[in-house]
Each structure stands twice: as C-alpha cells, then as structure tokens.
Design a protein around this ligand. Sequence first.
Ligand SMILES: [Fe+2]
Length: 457
Amino acid sequence: MSQLVLICESNPESLDSIRKILKDEGRVVLKASDKKEVKNFAEDNPLEAVILDFQFANNSVFETLSYLKIEHPSTKIIMSYSAEYENLLSDLKSDEEGMKSLGVLGITKKPYNKEEINSLLGQKFNVESQAISSQEELSILDKEFSTIKINNFYFDNIAIFDLYLRISEAKYIKVFHKGTIFSIDEINRYKQEKGIDYLYFKTNDRKSYVSHLNDFLEKTLKKNNLNTIKALKITEGLIGNYVNELYFQGISEELLDEADKICTNTYDLLRRDRKIATYLDDFQNIFQEGISRAFLTTVFSSLIASNLEWANRMTHDFVVKGALLHDLGKLDLPENIRTKNLNELDPEEQAIFKTHPEKGLEILSTCNVSQQVKQIVYQHHELVNGEGYPNGLFGMRIFPLAKVVTFASDFSKFIYQNKLSPLDGLKHFIPDRTIVCRYDSACIKAFIKSFARSKSN
Ligand SMILES: [Fe+2]
C-alpha cells in the first residue's frame, strides 16, 4: 500500500500542522491547490489517502469528492472542517452510512489532531459496501413518497433527508443518503443524461422539507440581488408542501411556527419586489411544471392585504395565516368528499362538505392561534350577498379579513380551472354582476391596485 497522502487544504497554519503529523509517521505528502491538481496527482500516483478540507478551493469539495469516489474508490478520504461548519458536519460525522455514500472514511474537526488522523488512516475502507448502500433497490409503496421537481431543487449541497429515484411501480433506489454532500451538477445530470424530472423523498420527511424551504427562502430574500422568479418558485414549493402536510397530517405547533415564517417571508417578498403581481400574471409561463392553488390563494391574499387602505403588517399576517389554514376542516371530512368540488357532490354530500369551516374552527380551538385567524377560517365561505355558508352572513357582518381570503380563494380557483392569467381572469370576473356581487369591492379594488402598482413601478 502506498504511503502517499494528498492534502487539499487552503489554510496555511492547518496545512503546516497536518503536513507535520503525516511526515512524523513517515508518509510522503503532496499538496493540491485546486481540483485540477487533485486529478493530476491522483492519476499519476497511487494515493493512500486524501485529506480534504470542507472549504477547499472555493467550495469545490463536492466535485472533488465526486471525482475521487468514482475514479479512485479505494483512496481513503478524510474530510476536515473548521468550527464554523460544526452544525453542518457534526451530524454527518456520526452517520456511518451517510459518510460511506460520500466515499468518506472519516470526518475530523480542525485543528488537526495527531491521534485522530493516525487512527483514521489506520482504518480499512470497505469499498464494496459503499457501492451497495448507494445503489440498493428498495420495494416501498408509492404512497409513502413525495416528489421534488429537479428544476426546483433548492438545497445547500447537502441532503437534509434521504433522496430516491423511482425505477418502476413501488421500486426505488436511494441516490443520496441524509447528510450526503453533493453538487447541483450531479442532480442536473440526472435530468440531462437520464431524462429524470423528479427525485423522491419519504412523505414522513415533508415537515423537514417545509422547514428547509422556509429557511432557504429567508436566505434568498436577504440576498442583495434578488432573483424574484427563483423566490416565487421556492414560495410555491413551500406553500404546496405546507398545505399538503397540514391537510393530510393535521395541525401541530411546528406547523403553526412554519406558518408564521411563511407570513414573514411573503411580506418580505412583496417588499423586495413591487412587481410581484406582474410575475404572477405570467404564472403559466413561469410555473410550467405546475402550480398549486394554495400558492395562488396565499399570494393573492398577501397582495390584497398589502393594498387595502387600512393595511398593516399585523393584518397582512392574519390574512396570510388564514389563507394557509382556511380549509383545515376538510381534514375531518370523508376522503370521497374532501377531494371534490361542491358542484360534484349530491345534496347530502354537499351538506357534509359545508361543515368544513366549523370543523376548521373546532380544530383551531385548542391551538395557539389568534381570534382573527379563527374568524377567517370560520367565515371563508361567507359571501357579501348573503349566499355563503355556514351562516349566510351579509356584507357588514362578515369579518373584513375573511372577505380577503374568500375572494383570493374563489378567484384563484376560477383562473386555475379556466387556465387564465389573473388579469384575464379579472376581465371575465368583474363584468359578471352575478359573480362580482358575492365579494367585497374593497378587496377586488386592492387586488386590481396591486397589478396597477406593479406595472407603474
Ligand atoms: Fe373552504
């Protein structure tokens, strides 16, 4: 076995330290400054090991790992990291299978420790088990999975849960173990070379995905040059997954916290780019891979709440939270009723369907949710002409913020079903007196204003 070790370390002090440790043990040491040098050294010399710093050569660590794993699978890789990456890498350090899927023998925190390095270099690396763990075909029911569109793959190069490819009905291969570090090129290669559009994850992990997307959106919104379309796509994925989690798994304190974060993020999104409505008018082009109605309802609610005469941050957040939770009561309806529209049901089923606002209120009665949000959930099917339910309230008697969500929800359904842009939808919606008399004129005006404001900015 060669005693040649390649060091990929940019910090001069750390470099001196690891070089001394290795030389003291009689090893021959080489140093690479970038991934090209790694490739050259690895091709020319049979390497015993590579010491790879997590911050190596402007974050090219993922590509370097990927190259070594494929081309030199028997080379031991020891990854090192400094204290600032503690949170990111400490979990992985204790995750044997995750490290194997990366091709990493061990992870060490800097400053380098002589005993730890020597102990890691003394270990044997089971290359065979590494290959099996990342390629094993698994039989798991399709209903246990949710999808991530590769076009909308928003991760910080580290898999926060196991990711799979679907081979055929109920057959999956785990391609990234939780904690695996990957480059986005690897993901795109699945699409470009193999024509794969989706990765799959266990629906049990959806809550983590929602939390991740909320954090990812927050970070995206803090960047100096905001990519609004990217931010909208993250928001779409976030709200779609949030509502699915909520309506199929039920309410929880964690999900209510995530709803608060969504309120903050949507508020910041509108403040960062006043032309959001213009992008939404083009949503069929922007979201060619599909869009959820929940997203449209929530973002329309946010736009209206921001453009009402008496709008403020607090009312915005009540409205957005109400929009996210408004159909929560459907959770308690029988499956064959809750997935249908009212006009697809017989009179008996319709009566059951119409209980969902009350059921929603009931569910929220034990939760830490404001009265305003509860009123939105309870009244989101009341119409100002008195034809709504559950109480057939007329205009003034309906809670003003509930009227926002009623319009946003019904209007998004209208354009969704008729495949119209919001502005084309308004052109059909407004002239029809039998429709427009159901909604609060102030909400419709605020909605139109958001498009006018968007165009004039
Ligand atoms: Fe509803």
